[in-house]
Design a protein around this ligand. Structure first.
Ligand SMILES: [Zn+2]
Length: 638
């Protein structure tokens, strides 16, 4: 029997048999065509890597490399496996005229180990580093492939790589919207090119709100003392909350979780996280496990961790080898003053609700972030970070700030405490928010990424010589959001992460002329059709933003802000003569300039929306692309 290791050596050997001495004499004078080689039984991801390299080398250099599993006769790019390399790690080097991409392709069996795809990620490194390819966004014109001469297989130095986080998840990109077919496959491909774990393994983590999956109403009827001390505990025939310290409850809960595991033997991780909304029991027993959080609010973390520990210990004995996940979130997002020791089959996912939607720009949260992160990471050896930090619910094409300030703090600190992974949230409004997606994806792989340089390069590659106008725009938006957040109450509200009327009025309406100017200045300097096409996508979002702001009477036809009238002023007091412009315009407003380039009449706007259905520009989710007018306060689902 050939062991895996022996088979591997055999595979490696194949690539080195291409010396001239082994070739028939009559062929020796003919230069042999270069090929891409992998072993016949190579992993699917390795095969995909080979076809990507073939496609990209052809596009960059014109050279057509055949893919083969036969003994290569000429120089080859060899895709090989080496389980001694780190998880997802690779080694790229020149050997005997060949370019070797060797990666860990193992499927280790440890509880917290994940399948490894080092060869694939090594191939992506070759594309980016040796061919200069950049995957700016999915879809047409999303790639930038500089043309160059023949790709040299000679490397002065070997290249080694491995990720800073084992689990790299980026969400809200359109990766789950299978029904939007023109976007789904290109988005997954972009995610693979960015080496994201959820491009290949979307189910390796499980932390979702899950309590209502387990206990049944009949369980509570038979055990009335399991009810929480107050509040609703049932919704739609499911049990949502209960007293976590009631005798017998943990055993029943664990039993139900194990039944669910047995029904889903292939499920990679099972969540035991509470229902959203935090209606926890405050009976005398539970009360002893509640203490104030750093902001004086009740912190239920010790109660929840105690419950997690008891459930996870029972399951560890009866279902060894199964991973469990639990949120630390909402009114249990701060580490307790003392915590129980957690078993090894449980991972905590810190989802700091206070920091959602640029909350980390609030000085009070910024200063606590590091010690709180440290605190959680010490409580669980498999710490996982999840935040909607640079995300906002945004339906009207607003360019969201990239917030380099937040990005510089968050993932680098997460990697430093040796987190198992992170799940960050991007934006499916690719035309305008692609830089956020790109920076997050790159940081998940390399937490020490130079963010400034990467953003500048992305803008330059995407939009051409006029890129610095957009860089200044992003700095302006970063600054505006930082001021807005600093002025906001630190107390959490759902509307804190929404581009609603307040944010439109504060951030986007006053700056629309600058946004339009940055777009126009950049567009004037575009030198290639691809640059213009990418910037046009940015412009598609501005068309939508103009429409929404104009409909809401926050900007005039020229795109200039319409000042909200101070509550106690009158038209006479303001000295304005603009009454004739229409009753709807506040009297202080003067519209004098030419119409905005983003203005479309009703018919043209309807045609625009129709055209956008098949594009990648605008946010497109299960509600489509038209989400109605700008809303006030918190958005509610239609
Ligand atoms: Zn209780």
């Amino acid at each position: 029997m050939i062991t895996a290791r022996a088979a591997l050596r055999l595979a490696l050997a194949l690539c080195f048999s291409s010396s001239l001495a082994q070739r028939p004499a009559q062929d020796r004078d003919q230069p042999q065509a270069r090929v891409i080689h992998h072993r016949a039984q190579a992993a699917e991801s390795t095969r995909w890597a080979a076809s990507e390299l073939q496609r990209l080398i052809k596009a960059a250099t014109g050279e057509d490399l055949a893919i083969t599993s036969e003994n290569p006769q000429g120089p080859a790019i060899c895709l090989e496996e080496d389980r001694d390399l780190p998880h997802d790690g690779y080694l790229i080097r020149s050997e005997k005229g060949n370019l070797i991409i060797r990666g860990n392709e193992g499927h280790p069996a440890g509880l917290w180990d994940l399948p490894s795809h080092g060869t694939l990620w090594g191939a992506m490194e070759v594309a980016e580093r040796l061919l200069g390819v950049r995957w700016l966004m999915p879809g047409p014109h999303g790639e930038d492939i500089p043309t160059q001469g023949k790709l040299s297989f000679d490397l002065a130095e070997e290249i080694r790589g491995q990720p800073g986080l084992a689990v790299r998840m980026l969400a809200y990109l359109g990766e789950s919207d299978r029904e939007i077919t023109h976007r789904h496959a290109p988005t997954l491909q972009w995610m693979k090119q960015q080496r994201l774990t959820n491009s290949l393994h979307s189910q390796v983590t499980g932390y979702g709100h899950s309590w209502d999956d387990y206990l049944k109403p009949a369980d509570i009827e038979a055990n009335p003392d399991w009810k929480p001390s107050s509040g609703n505990y049932q919704r739609n025939g499911k049990v949502t909350f209960f007293c976590t310290t009631a005798p017998g409850l943990v055993e029943r809960f664990a039993q139900r979780v194990m039944e669910s595991m047995d029904r889903n033997p292939k499920r990679e991780m099972t969540s035991i996280s509470p229902t959203d909304g935090g209606g926890f029991c405050t009976c005398q027993r539970c009360q002893a496990l509640i203490e104030p959080d750093p902001h004086g609010k009740p912190n239920h973390a010790r109660a929840i961790l105690t419950f997690y520990k008891d459930v996870a210990n029972l399951i560890a004995k009866q279902r060894p080898g199964r991973r469990l996940g639990g949120f630390v979130y909402y009114n249990y997002q701060y580490p307790p003053s003392s915590a129980p020791e957690l078993p090894d089959n449980l991972s905590l996912c810190w989802a700091p609700l206070n920091y959602y939607g640029y909350g980390l720009l609030k000085p009070i949260y910024r200063s606590e972030f590091q010690p709180i992160l440290q605190g959680w990471s010490q409580l669980t050896p498999h710490f996982f970070y999840h935040n909607y930090s640079t995300w906002m619910r945004s339906f009207h094409g607003a360019p969201l700030p990239v917030s380099l300030d937040i990005l510089k703090r968050e993932i680098p600190a997460t990697a430093k405490v040796k987190a198992w992974g992170a799940r960050m949230v991007g934006s499916a409004a690719w035309g305008v928010n692609a830089p956020i997606n790109y920076l997050l994806a790159k940081q998940l792989w390399n937490p020490n990424l130079d963010l400034e340089q990467t953003l500048n390069e992305w803008l330059q590659r995407s939009y051409g010589p006029g890129w610095s106008h957009l860089r200044r725009l992003y700095d302006l938006l970063d600054q505006a959001m930082a001021e807005h957040k600093a002025s906001q109450s630190p107390i959490y509200k759902g509307s804190n992460y929404e581009v609603n009327q307040e944010v439109m009025q504060t951030l986007y309406a006053p700056r629309f002329p600058q946004i339009e100017e940055a777009y126009r200045s950049t567009f004037a300097k575009c030198v290639s059709p691809a640059q213009r096409a990418r910037l046009q996508r940015f412009g598609d979002n501005l068309t939508l933003l103009f429409h929404a702001l104009h409909q809401a009477r926050l900007i005039d036809l020229s795109g200039h802000p319409i000042q909200a009238q101070p509550p106690n002023s009158t038209a006479e007091a303001s000295g304005s003569t603009n009454r004739t412009q229409g009753a709807a315009l506040p009297a202080t407003h003067k519209a004098t300039k030419a119409p905005s380039i983003f203005h479309l009449n009703d018919q043209a706007f309807a045609q625009f929306l129709k055209r956008m259905q098949s594009d990648h520009s605008l946010l497109h989710d299960r509600y489509g692309i038209d989400h109605g007018p700008i809303w006030k306060g918190e958005w509610s689902e239609p």
